[in-house]
Design a protein around this ligand. Sequence first.
Ligand code: HEC
Ligand code: HEC
Ligand code: HEC
Ligand code: HEC
Ligand code: HEC
Length: 215
Amino acid sequence: MAQLFKRWTNKIPIAVVAGVLLLVAGAIGFFAFFGSPRYTDVGYRPMQPLPFSHALHAGDLAMDCRYCHHAIESAAHANLPPTQTCMNCHTLILPQSSRLMPVHESWGTLRPIAWTRVHLLPDYAYFNHSAHLAAGIGCFSCHGNIAGMTVVTQSQPLSMGWCLGCHRHPEPNLRPAAEITSMTWQPDADHARFAAELAGRKKLNPPQDCSGCHR
Ligand code: HEC
Ligand code: HEC
Ligand code: HEC
Ligand code: HEC
Ligand code: HEC
């Protein structure tokens, strides 16, 4: 009787198994890399020229974010505070502290403190702080609990998928204007109604088309 299958066809199952294994390994590698903090930058916390602590200033001392980042509600970019802002207090508070040396040096030389950027979008993506704050999105939604951080750490991926996730469905992140900088505010049981009313009144319309963010 003629053989229906040639002898080499015995190897097909092995080849299929090997192929599937390779694919699985590839997929794991793909997600391990592209989903990892290294790719998404979540957890990024560069060294700063001096140990400035948000946990102390914005947490324990309860200073409002806008005392230092004062331009944030009127400008696309949040300013970092000029040395003058630090000197408002540190001419009197701990003037001899070695940790404050870079502040006094900057004050003397008139050269700004060289802080290292933590959050950074590529140039081809357009972002505007003031538009988001006016819409009722708080710092917490995008930066996490800054007032609990001794060193600022990136807590969200800032990827396109992340932006779009909120743009498609911003309601859970909407809060009253007075709570924009609060790190402890919690939505109440009636949040859905509040959010729908706010979105309607402000006619919120987060862009989902390419030209909204790539202009
Ligand atoms: C006393 C002044 C001061 C206050 C108050 C303050 N900040 Fe800052 N902030 C700074 C300084 C200085 C830096 C730069 C050094 C650093 O990254 O720690 C900074 C950096 C940041 C960054 C990172 C910027 C980057 O490079 O990406 C974020 C985000 C931020 N602040 C958010 C907040 C929020 C939210 C609050 C309120 C809860 C707040 N800050 C309150 C002074 C302040
Ligand atoms: C909708 C998300 C979102 C909200 C809300 C938000 N930020 Fe940001 N923040 C970002 C992104 C994205 C960047 C990086 C911007 C870039 O690279 O152009 C950033 C950057 C910063 C920076 C660095 C300087 C700059 O503008 O690039 C500071 C400081 C900062 N944010 C502080 C704050 C504070 C304080 C608040 C609340 C009052 C706040 N942010 C609210 C997303 C947000
Ligand atoms: C509203 C007043 C105020 C402002 C403005 C302020 N600080 Fe402070 N800072 C304090 C107080 C209070 C302490 C804690 C003093 C203590 O521990 O006795 C402190 C502590 C510090 C320390 C720790 C010093 C040490 O030796 O432990 C550093 C560093 C620091 N501040 C940096 C800054 C920088 C940088 C700025 C400007 C971006 C700034 N501060 C703005 C009030 C302020
Ligand atoms: C937590 C929610 C949230 C996140 C995260 C978010 N957005 Fe938005 N964004 C909004 C809302 C709400 C509006 C609507 C504002 C309005 O219609 O007044 C908006 C509006 C905008 C606009 C139009 C207003 C303007 O500035 O011209 C741009 C552009 C934009 N977002 C870019 C981005 C980018 C880029 C990111 C990611 C880096 C991002 N957004 C992340 C909620 C969010
Ligand atoms: C809500 C804002 C927003 C919208 C809408 C948006 N993008 Fe993006 N896009 C971003 C941001 C932010 C980045 C940078 C992401 C990063 O750095 O990881 C980006 C990155 C990209 C990149 C670079 C590759 C990558 O994935 O990092 C391409 C290509 C791109 N966008 C194309 C598009 C196209 C095509 C559309 C329309 C279908 C679109 N974008 C709509 C915010 C947006």
